[in-house]
Design a protein around this ligand. Structure first.
Ligand code: MN
Length: 206
C-alpha cells in the first residue's frame, strides 16, 4: 500500500496568528504531499514498499543504492512532516511535570532548554530541522534528552534517536508570513507547541 498523508489534526487556520493558514495549506497540501508521492515513487517495486516508513528510515543503508538518496530525502520529508503536525496545536501551553523534570535534568531547566533549542533552529544553515530527541544510552536507565539539528529531510530516527519535538526551519515553513525573519518565526512557534503530545512521547520513549 502506498503511503498517504495523515489527516491534519486541526484546520489550516487553527494556529493563527503565529502560523498563518496559507502557509499551513501550502505546506501540508503541496510540500508534504510531494514528499509522500515521491517517496512512493522511489520505493515502488522494491522490497521496502510495504514497510512502515519508520522501518525504512531506520535501515537506509540496506536500500538499493540507486534508491537510497531519494528515499532519504522524500521518505524523510514524508515522515518528518507526519510528526511535525502533531507537535503543534492542542491545549497544553507548557510541559507537564514529568517532561519538565526531564528537561531540567538534561538542560538545567525549561528556559535553558528553549534557549538551546532556538540556537539549534537558528544555527541550522539552510534547510533543515531542529529536534528534541531521546538518545539511547548503553545502560537502559540512562537515556538522555538531546537537541540535534538535521539538514534537508534527514531524520534523527535514521541515527537511532527517538524524536519528541521538532521545528521545521525550511523557508517554506515561514516565508509567506515571516520572509527572511527565521528568529521571529521560531519565537512565534513556541506559542503553538503541543506540549501534551511531547509529554506523551516522552513518557512512551522512556
Ligand atoms: Mn516543511
Amino acid at each position: 500500500m502506498p503511503y498517504t498523508l495523515p489527516k491534519l489534526p486541526y484546520s489550516y487556520d487553527a494556529l493563527e496568528p503565529h502560523i498563518d493558514a496559507k502557509t499551513m495549506e501550502v505546506h501540508y497540501s503541496k510540500h508534504h504531499q510531494a514528499y509522500c508521492d515521491n517517496a512512493n515513487k522511489a520505493l515502488a517495486g522494491t522490497d521496502w514498499a510495504e514497510k512502515p516508513i519508520e522501518e525504512v528510515l531506520k535501515n537506509l543503508e540496506q536500500l538499493p543504492p540507486d534508491k537510497r538518496t531519494a528515499v532519504r530525502n522524500h521518505g524523510g520529508g514524508f515522515y518528518n512532516h507526519n510528526l511535525f503536525w502533531t507537535f503543534m496545536g492542542g491545549n497544553a501551553r507548557e510541559p507537564g511535570a514529568e517532561l519538565k523534570a526531564g528537561l531540567e535534568k538534561s538542560f538545567g531547566g525549561f528556559d535553558a532548554f528553549r534557549e538551546k533549542f532556538e540556537a539549534a533552529a537558528l544555527g541550522q544553515f539552510g534547510s533543515g530541522w531542529a529536534w528534541l530527541v531521546v538518545s539511547r544510552q548503553p545502560s537502559a536507565d540512562s537515556d538522555q534528552l538531546e537537541i540535534v539539528k538535521t539538514a534537508n529531510q534527514d531524520s534523527p530516527i535514521s541515527a537511532g534517536k527517538v524524536p519528541l519535538l521538532a521545528i521545521d526551519v525550511w523557508e517554506h515553513a515561514y516565508y509567506l508570513k515571516y520572509q527572511n525573519r527565521r528568529p521571529d518565526y521560531v519565537k512565534a512557534w513556541w506559542n503553538v507547541v503541543n506540549w501534551e503530545e511531547v509529554g506523551r512521547r516522552f513518557a512512551e520513549g522512556k
